[in-house]
Design a protein around this ligand. Sequence first.
Ligand code: ADP
Length: 538
Amino acid sequence: METSLLDLEGHEFVLSNLPPSPTHKRLALGIVFALLVVFVVSAPFATLPIRRIDAFVPAYATAIFVNDLITAALLFAHFAIVPSGALLALASGYLLTALIVIPWALTFPGVFSPGGLLGAGLQSTAWLNAIWHVGFPLFVIAYSLLKEADSVQRFSRVIRPAILASVGLVAAFVGSATALVTVGGRIMPALMFNEERTANFAYYLNVPIMALVALALVLLWVRVRSVLDLWLMVVMCAYATEAALQLFPVPTRFSVGWYAGRVCGLLSGSLVLLILLQQITMLYGQLLHAVLGQRREREARLMTGDAISASIAHEVKQPLGAIVTNASAGLNLLKSAEPDIDMAEEAFRDIVSDGHRAAAVIDNIRTLYRKGTQTWTSLDVNNVVRQALALVDDSLRTHRVDVRADFSAQLPLVRGEQVQLQQVLVNLITNAIDSMATSDGERVLSIRSELHHSGYVMVSVEDTGKGLDPGAADRIFNPLFTTKTHGMGMGLAICRSIVEAHEGELWVTAKPVGGATFHFTVPVEAAGASDRALPLRV
Ligand code: ADP
């Protein structure tokens, strides 16, 4: 299982490898532009205080927690499919932001208690915010550095332990950081003057944050490959905007800059999640298409299997019937009081030739379905028709069918495969006999050969049977379509395949009063053509 997952690396249907579409690029550019507008518009008013909205912090923290936790879960799940170190680092980064926002909200002064929960001091929340904003870009940097490294092999055998270790380490880190900023908060450099005003040290802290964000942005930029890279760049732009707004000029909590920064933070938290969901939905759609396509293909293959067995049965039935008839006749001749050896010999010769024909028919069907090649030769169509009539002679006589042949004397030779063209004629004549056998009128089979337009020889097989069933004309050439009780519906489908492989056409015309006429064409042999193997287009 794991080896097959490894094979996915580098494929375009893997989420972390999907290249960004032009729409994604345009959208990303649009969002970066919007962030710039937010910065330019809110920077001059950054210190302007807005009314403190008590519900803002818990609502914001909940949104970040849910967003980033789902993003982390999706990325860990993706890591389980493609176990690359880069994905593990990114998932851990999102887990860090999802977890650290909990103590951030709990320690926020005046939200759950006047001084903040967990024994928080004045500096606790600000330090958690700083750790969060230093930590995430570091994970993004790790992601972009590990992206190129082939870490899949290393992690493929330890997927579950790697995820568990990451979750454990991030949770332990967040727990220790919370303990540090709450218990040891008093000895840490001050980031806040009071509950709303930021101390000078916060400026200096923002510089490394900005530097890390810039580094992450550059690393992503030079190695941008996937849609995930592209959107992480946008996320880093949102981080940069947030950090820049906090630098301007004297950042204060619950000011325009502070609220605008938080909105940017929320945006950066949601972007990758939205993109992951969009890409997963898109891949799901593609998967569905692929599965349905595969199912259709399998059904088509089964259908071909049905068709092959039906064709073999259909085509072999006629020579087998002739073999049985000749064998019975031969036996009767030998059993009589004065055995007619000559006639019996003739019957046995017919059996031998019918046996050979059955074998040839099977070979031809195999070639037909294998898209193989056949050796074509120069053929006199009139001869092929005569041979076909001889093959169905018994049946014609049994059903008292009157044959009228009208052969054009000056027909040019055609190129083709003799047994296959014989098969076409035997099928058309057998169908004509079947049709006439069910009607009471006269039974006349007319076969005509003539030179058709633009270098084709045309053969027409006309009967005086019951004609085509209404509405069936379109479907009679479809494989397995039949209106006969014991029919297989393969005869005409095979005929059409053979004729089309000969670069000719097969069609039917209904007669005004009873009966049907089937026509097929075969191209006249080109001057200088010699015997060679030509592909069958089946
Ligand atoms: P099958 O003979 O096993 O039914 P075919 O593919 O040879 O399979 O024929 C398909 C159907 O086309 C037949 O069941 C019949 O309804 C129709 N058909 C073929 N030839 C004729 C004909 N000469 N006259 C009337 N209907 C015909």
